[in-house]
Design a protein around this ligand. Sequence first.
Ligand SMILES: *Cc1c(COP(=O)(O)O)cnc(C)c1O
Length: 396
Amino acid sequence: MFSDKLKNEIGGELQSMRDGGFFKVEKTLQGHAGTEIKVDGKKLINLCANNYLGTAQQKKVIKAAQKSLKEYSLGLNSVRFIVGTTDLHKKLEAAISKFFGTEDTILYTSCFDANTGLFEVLLGEGDAIFSDELNHASIIDGVRLCKAERFRYPHNNLEELEKQLIQAKGARRRLVVTDGVFSMDGEIAKLDELRALCDKHDAIFVVDDSHGTGVLGKTGRGSIEEKGVLGKVDIITSTFGKALGGAGGGFTTGKKEVIDLLRQRSRTYLFSNSLMPAITGAALYVIEHFNKEFLPLKKKLTENTLYFRTKLEKLGYTLGGGGHPITPIMTMDERKTMALADELLKEGLYVRGFAYPVVPKGKGRIRVQISAAHTKKQLDKAIEALEKAGKKLSII
Ligand SMILES: *Cc1c(COP(=O)(O)O)cnc(C)c1O
C-alpha cells in the first residue's frame, strides 16, 4: 500500500534534492526545438541541444520522415524478430555498415538500449569488462547487467587500465569500453592508444560515439576517424538522436558474428518495439546523403565553434574542451554557475548550468553546444549576453 509513511519518505527525498540544488526543473517548450525556441511565450536562443548539424529541422529530412510514415505507417506494433523488420530497417542497417566500413549493423530504439543490450550478450562469468569512470549512464547500466568482473578505470588513465588488464589476464574475454567524446567537456578519448592497449592485451574494443558521429573526423565518421582508428574499433554504438536526425534511435555496428548474436540474445532488441519507420526513414536519408549534403555543414559547425570560443576567450572566460562543439564555460563555483544560467535566461539564452554532483565539486560550468544551424546573429547575441551577465556577476 502507498502509505503516508512512504509518501513522506519520498517527499523528503525530493525535498533534500531541492535543498541541495540538485532538483532538475524541466522547461516546457512551445513548438519546435531549433536554434530558436519558445519558452513561456518568450523566444530564446537554444544553446544546449545536441543538434550539431541542424538535421532535425531540415526540410529534406522531415520529408523523408513523412514519406516513411506514409508508406510504413506509424509503427510495426511488434519487436523486430516477430513482424517488426521492414526493408527500410534493413536498408538503414546496410547504409550504416557502409558508412563505417563495418560488416553488419543492428538497430535499437535508442543508443541507451544499444548499450544496455550489448555487454551481457558477449560477456558472462569468467570474463572481465573495463569501463572509463566518466562513461555515459547507459554504458554504466549495461555493465551492471552483465556478469563479467567489473573494472572502472580512472578517466582516460591508460596506465591504470593496463594494470587492471594485467590483473584480469586469466579472464576468458576482456572488453574495454569508452565514450568517444565525453559529454561534460567535449573531450575526445585516446582511442588510438586504447586500441593499441587492447591489441596488446587481447581485449575487445568498444566505442560509444554518440557525440562524435557526424561531428568529428574528416568525413564525419566520428571520434574514431579523428583519432585514426576508423575500421579498427571492434564494436561501435551510436545514436540518431544527435547529429544524425535528433529524434531518437540508435545502433550497434561491427563484426558480423557479434551483430548476429545480438539479434539472437540482446534483450533490448528482442523485447522492445522496432524503430519507428519515420525515424528510420529520416536516419536513412541523413546517412545516404551524408557526404553530399551534411558533411559540408561540418565546416560551418567548426567555424561557428571557433568564432564563439575566440570571442568568449577574449572576454576573459575560461573554457573547457576544444576540438568539439561542446563548449564548457567554466565558472568553477556552483552558485555562480546557476546565477549565470539564470541571468542568461533573462537575456534570451537557453543554456544549462552543470554543478556538483553532475560534474566534480568546484568544476561548475555552463555547457554550450554549438550547431551548424546557429546564425552569426544568434551567436553575436549570445556573446553579447554572456559579456553583460559575466560582468554583472564578476565572472569576467
Ligand atoms: C546521448 C548519448 C547516449 C544516449 O543516446 P539515445 O539514443 O538518446 O539513447 C548514449 N551514449 C552517449 C555517450 C551519449 O552521449
